[in-house]
Design a protein around this ligand. Structure first.
Ligand code: AMP
Length: 601
C-alpha cells in the first residue's frame, strides 16, 4: 500500500518530477482510491497490529487476540469496542507521555516528539504525538500534490521556489520529549532534509533562514533571496495563505532596504542571527542592475496599490500555492490583488493529527477546491451531521448519526471527521466539518466546511466560523465600494453586558466615513441567518451587535502574541472568536471606534 513506486527523481516540489515519477505516484493513488474500502480496513489492521498491546487499546480490547482476526471482523470489533473521543479524553495519556512515561501508553514504539497544534482554532495549544510516520506522509502528500500540479502547470527543470516557510522553536517537555509545531518537526526531519538535498538548487532560502526561529528575520531573508533569484522562481508558496499575504504586506514597507542589499550584496543589520546572516551572505553578491529593475517596478507598483506585485517581481512564476480554503478564504481577495492573473492553487487538507486529502484539481479556483482522501494515511470515519432545526438547546448546533466508514459516505452529506492514526489516536474527533462533494474512484472528495465548534453563542443562537465569515463578507462589501479593505477580523460573545451581544473587531486599511462603518455594523447584524440569533435579537435577549475598529497593526500584535507563546507563523490562523483575556485586552486597548447596530427588524 505504500507508494513505493515513487521515482526518486520526484522530490515533493514538482520540480524534477519526470513523467515517470508523476505517473508512478498518481497510478499508486488511483489504485488505493479504487480499493479505498479494502485499503482502509487494511490500514486499520496495520495500526492495530502494531499497537494492540498498548495500554489504551488493552483497556477496550482486553484479551482479544486481534492478530487472529481478519480485517473486516477487526473493523467492526474496533468500532464497537473503542469509543469516540475528543482531545480532552486522550489528554491525560498524552500528558503522561510528555512527562516521561516510557511504557507503551498509546503506541508500541516510544513517542519521542510531540506536536503542538496551532491552537488558534480552539484557542489553546494541545499536544499531539508526532512520529516518523507523520513526516513520511507529509513528504508523500507533497509528492502526490506536486504530480497533479505539474500536469496542469508544468515548471522548468532547474527552476527555484520561493517558499515562505518558518520553523518555531523546539523545546523539551518535563519528560525530555522534543515539542514544537508539526511544521517545525517536519522541517527538522530526515524527510525534509532528503527533500532539501535533492532540491538544494531549487529552494531560494537555506535551512538557516527557515529554522532561524525569528519569523521577521526569516521573512526578510526569504524575500531578499526570492528577489535575488527572481528570474528563476517558478512558483511562490507558503503553508497557509495568511503567511504569504503577511509577507507581501511587510514587503510593501521593506522593499527599499531589500533593493539596497541586492545592489551591494550586503545584508541589513536587522538580521542579527549569526547563522542566518552567514548563510545568506554566502549566497548573495552585488546585482546592481537587478536592484534598479526591482526599484523601478516597485515605484510603479506603489502607484497601483501593489496590484499584480507577484507577476511583476517574479515574471516567470507559474502560480501561487498555499492553503486558501476554510479560515484562509478571507485573505483570498488580497492574494488575488497581489497575484493579478496568476493562478492561485489551493493546497492540501491536513492537520497536526494526520494528513487527510489531496487537491487533485489544481486548475480549480480555491473556492471550488475539494480534497481526495488518502486512504493509507489513517483510518477515517465520518459522523453524519445535520444542522439542528429545533433551536431549543444552545449546547450544540448539530444533530449527529452513527459514524460510517469512508466507503459508505454519501455525496452532499456533511460529516465530522474521526481519525485513527499510526501515531496513537484512536477514534479521535478532529472537529472539522466537511461535505462530500464527489468521489475519485472509491475515495471521497471533500469540501472543507468549517470547524464544528460553535464560536458565537449567547442564548439559543449558534454560529460557526463559517457563519461569521459570511456575515463579515457581506458587511465588508461596503468597504470595498469605498476603496478600503478589511485586513483581518475576529469576534467575541460578550456576556458581561445585559443582554449579551456579539462584538466584531475589524482592522481596516483605508479611510472610511463613520456613516459607512455604522452601515457595515447594521448590515452584519442583519446578515446572521441563524434562526436562534434572529429570534433572540427580535426579543432583545441578545443586544445590538457592536463593531469595533482597531488600530492598524493590531492583528500583527496578536500574531506576535501567539508566536511568543510558541506558535509558528507557518501554521498560524487568526482566531475568529476569542474569549482569551490577553487578546481581548489587546483588542479593546487598540479599539479606536465603536459602533452599535441600529434598529433590528
Ligand atoms: P493545526 O491546528 O495547525 O493542526 O490546523 C489544522 C486545521 O487547519 C484543520 O483541522 C483544519 O481546520 C484547518 N485546515 C487544514 N488544512 C486546511 C485546508 N486545506 N482547508 C481548510 N482548512 C484547513
Amino acid at each position: 500500500m505504500e507508494p513505493r513506486a515513487v521515482s526518486n527523481k520526484s522530490n515533493g516540489n514538482g520540480i524534477g518530477n519526470h513523467q515517470h515519477g508523476e505517473f508512478d505516484i498518481i497510478t499508486w493513488f488511483d489504485d488505493v482510491s479504487g480499493n479505498a474500502g479494502f485499503v482502509q480496513r487494511e490500514t486499520l489492521r496495520q495500526i492495530l497490529l502494531q499497537n494492540c498491546d498498548v495500554e489504551y487499546l488493552k483497556k477496550w480490547f482486553g484479551d482479544i487476540k486481534v492478530q487472529e482476526m481478519d480485517a473486516c471482523a477487526l473493523e467492526s470489533l474496533f468500532t464497537s469496542l473503542v469509543p469516540l473521543v475528543s482531545h480532552a479524553d486522550l489528554d491525560p495519556y498524552i500528558q503522561r507521555i510528555a512527562d516521561g512515561d516510557t511504557t507503551p501508553v498509546l503506541t508500541k514504539e516510544p513517542i519521542t516528539t510531540l506536536s503542538l497544534s496551532s491552537g488558534t482554532t480552539e484557542g489553546r495549544q494541545k499536544y499531539v504525538p508526532f512520529t516518523r510516520h507523520s513526516s513520511q506522509t507529509t513528504l508523500e502528500i507533497f509528492r502526490l500534490a506536486a504530480a497533479y500540479r505539474s500536469r496542469v502547470f508544468p515548471i522548468r527543470e532547474g527552476g527555484r521556489i520561493l517558499e515562505l516557510i518558518y520553523s518555531s522553536k523546539q523545546f523539551k517537555t518535563k519528560g525530555g520529549l522534543t515539542a514544537g509545531t508539526a511544521t517545525t518537526h517536519y522541517y527538522a526531519s530526515e524527510e525534509f532534509k532528503i527533500k532539501q538535498e535533492k532540491t538544494k538548487s531549487f529552494t531560494c532560502s537555506p535551512d538557516e533562514v527557515i529554522s532561524g526561529g525569528d519569523y521577521k528575520q526569516s521573512n526578510y531573508c526569504h524575500l531578499l533571496l526570492g528577489l535575488f533569484f527572481s528570474d528563476e522562481v517558478e512558483f511562490i508558496t507558503s503553508t497557509f495563505a495568511y503567511s504569504l499575504v503577511q509577507a507581501l504586506i511587510v514587503f510593501e514597507d521593506l522593499w527599499k532596504d531589500i533593493c539596497d542589499d541586492i545592489r551591494e550584496g550586503k545584508l541589513s543589520s536587522r538580521i542579527n542571527l549569526p547563522k542566518m546572516r552567514k548563510a545568506v551572505l554566502e549566497i548573495i553578491s552585488p546585482k546592481p542592475c537587478l536592484a534598479s529593475q526591482i526599484e523601478g517596478n516597485c515605484n510603479k507598483l506603489q502607484s497601483v496599490d501593489w496590484f499584480g506585485l507577484i507577476p511583476k517581481l517574479w515574471p516567470n512564476a507559474k502560480y501561487v500555492y498555499s492553503i486558501m480554503t476554510g479560515s484562509m478564504q478571507p485573505y483570498l481577495r488580497k492574494l488575488r490583488h497581489y497575484a493579478a492573473d496568476l493562478p492561485l492553487v489551493s493546497a492540501d487538507y491536513g492537520s497536526t493529527e494526520s494528513w487527510i486529502g489531496v487537491n487533485m484539481d489544481p486548475f480549480l479556483p480555491p473556492e471550488n477546491v475539494t480534497f481526495a482522501v488518502i486512504p493509507t494515511f489513517s483510518y477515517f470515519e465520518f459522523i453524519p451531521i445535520y444542522r439542528q432545526k429545533d433551536f431549543s438547546s444552545a449546547i450544540d448546533d448539530f444533530i449527529e448519526d452513527e459514524p460510517v466508514p469512508l466507503s459508505q459516505v454519501k455525496v452532499g452529506q456533511e460529516y465530522e471527521i474521526v481519525l485513527t492514526t499510526f501515531t496513537g489516536l484512536y477514534r479521535y474527533r478532529l472537529g472539522d466539518v466537511v461535505e462530500v462533494a464527489d468521489f475519485h474512484k472509491g475515495t471521497p472528495k471533500l469540501n472543507f466546511v468549517c470547524r464544528r465548534k460553535l464560536i458565537l453563542s449567547i442564548n439559543i443562537d449558534k454560529n460557526t466560523e463559517k457563519d461569521l465569515q459570511l456575515v463579515v463578507e457581506k458587511g465588508s462589501q461596503l468597504l470595498s465600494k469605498r476603496g478600503a479593505e478589511l485586513v483581518d477580523f475576529t469576534s467575541h460573545a460578550n456576556m458581561g453586558s445585559q443582554p449579551g451581544h456579539y462584538i466584531i473587531y475589524w482592522e481596516i486599511n483605508g479611510e472610511v466615513e463613520e456613516t459607512v462603518l455604522q452601515e457595515c455594523c447594521s448590515q452584519m447584524d442583519a446578515s446572521f441567518v441563524d434562526h436562534g440569533y434572529v429570534v433572540s435579537r427580535r426579543t432583545n435577549s441578545i443586544g445590538a451587535l457592536e463593531l469595533c475598529i482597531v488600530k492598524s497593526g493590531t492583528f500583527r500584535k496578536i500574531l506576535d502574541q501567539f508566536i511568543g507563546n510558541g506558535a509558528a507563523l507557518s501554521q498560524f490562523k487568526t482566531p475568529r472568536c476569542t474569549q482569551n483575556q490577553v487578546l481581548l485586552r489587546i483588542l479593546n486597548d487598540w479599539t479606536i471606534k465603536r459602533f452599535h447596530s441600529t434598529a433590528y427588524c
